[in-house]
Structures are given as structure tokens and as C-alpha cells.
Design a protein around this ligand. Structure first.
Ligand code: CTP
Ligand code: ZN
Length: 157
């Protein structure tokens, strides 16, 4: 193989919105799932591009949507390596750093079927106990989970 040349690729540039870049593959779809697919503008997704930074990367572009702090925190739990670029008038106006939050409520489900959070339909609440990869401890049953697809499926929206 030797030194691999990066293959040219293209996902259309956007005029305004958010580009989430350098998501380590294959976490792109999970990031999309937690952010939700509803958007006023076009959402474009690129999967499995070559990247010097993360090997293979996924990227997501949300036209017209400027993501907020809560959404940034969600991304941080899944892909702390990602870069968030805010685009205005066709230019990157902000590169937002991602910090893994210390705790998170209400969007991931505890996977323990016997956990009181599930039995009584309470608001999920996790504490971050490790950051690489992120591990979460349920505040109710204290079980520790790595963030995965099952935790976002069927989530209350
Ligand atoms: N981008 C876009 N639309 C624009 C401007 C930028 O979709 N109008 C995308 C680029 O394609 C890239 C990301 O936003 O995926 C960041 O753009 P830029 O900072 O110009 O690229 P790099 O310097 O390669 O970024 P980094 O240093 O984060 O690798
Ligand atoms: Zn639990």
C-alpha cells in the first residue's frame, strides 16, 4: 500500500448552517440519530471518507441550522473528536470546541430493563464516568454504559 493518497471527494459546500466534520466512522449515523433528522434545509451526509486525523471519517452538513449547546453536548458524548464548523455567507465563522459534559439528562435511555427509570418512565439521568470512549453511569441503577445505538432508539422526542 505504501503512502496512501487521499482520494478527492465532495459534499457540496453550504451557504449557512453547521458542518460536523471528523466524526470517526461509523458513528455518523448515530450522531444524526441523536440530533434528529428534522431540518428546514438540506441535510447531507458523507460516510467513510479518508481522514488524516481520524482514519476514516463521517461528516454531516445541516443547511440553515446552527446547532446549540445541548446539541453540541450530545455530539460530544458520541464523537468528542468531531469538529463543529459554523458557516455564514459561505465561510467558516466559528470552529466550536467540543467538551464532554459531566452529566446528561433526558435523551439517552438506560438499557437496564429493571431500572426504575424505565419501570416508572422517569427522566433518564447519567453521569459521565470516563471520556475515551465515553462511559455513562445511570443515576438510578448505577450501571455503566458505553453510548450505543440502542440507547437512542425509541427515545422520547
Ligand atoms: N464547509 C462547507 N461549506 C462552506 C465552508 C466549509 O461545507 N461554505 C466545510 C468544509 O468542506 C469542511 C468544513 O466545513 O468539511 C471545515 O471547513 P474548513 O475549515 O475550510 O476546512 P479545513 O481547514 O479542512 O478544516 P479542519 O482544519 O477542521 O480540517
Ligand atoms: Zn438505570
Amino acid at each position: 500500500m505504501g503512502k496512501k493518497k487521499e482520494r478527492p471527494y465532495k459534499v457540496f459546500k453550504i451557504e449557512k448552517g453547521t458542518v460536523i466534520d471528523h466524526i470517526p466512522a461509523p458513528k455518523g449515523l448515530l450522531v444524526l440519530e441523536v440530533l434528529g433528522k428534522k431540518n428546514d434545509g438540506i441535510v447531507s451526509i458523507g460516510l467513510n471518507f479518508d481522514s488524516q486525523k481520524v482514519g476514516k471519517k463521517d461528516l454531516i452538513k445541516f443547511e440553515n441550522k446552527i446547532i446549540d449547546k445541548e446539541e453540541t453536548d450530545k455530539i460530544a458524548l458520541i464523537a468528542p473528536e468531531a469538529t463543529i464548523n459554523i458557516i455564514e455567507n459561505g465561510e467558516v465563522v466559528e470552529k466550536r470546541s467540543i467538551d464532554v459534559p459531566q452529566e446528561i439528562t433526558g435523551f439517552l435511555n438506560c438499557l437496564n430493563p429493571n431500572c426504575v427509570v424505565n419501570r416508572e418512565n422517569l427522566q433518564p439521568h447519567f453521569e459521565v464516568v470516563e471520556e475515551g470512549p465515553v462511559k455513562l453511569r445511570c443515576k438510578y441503577c448505577e450501571r455503566v454504559w458505553e453510548v450505543k445505538y440502542d440507547m437512542v432508539e425509541n427515545k422520547r422526542k
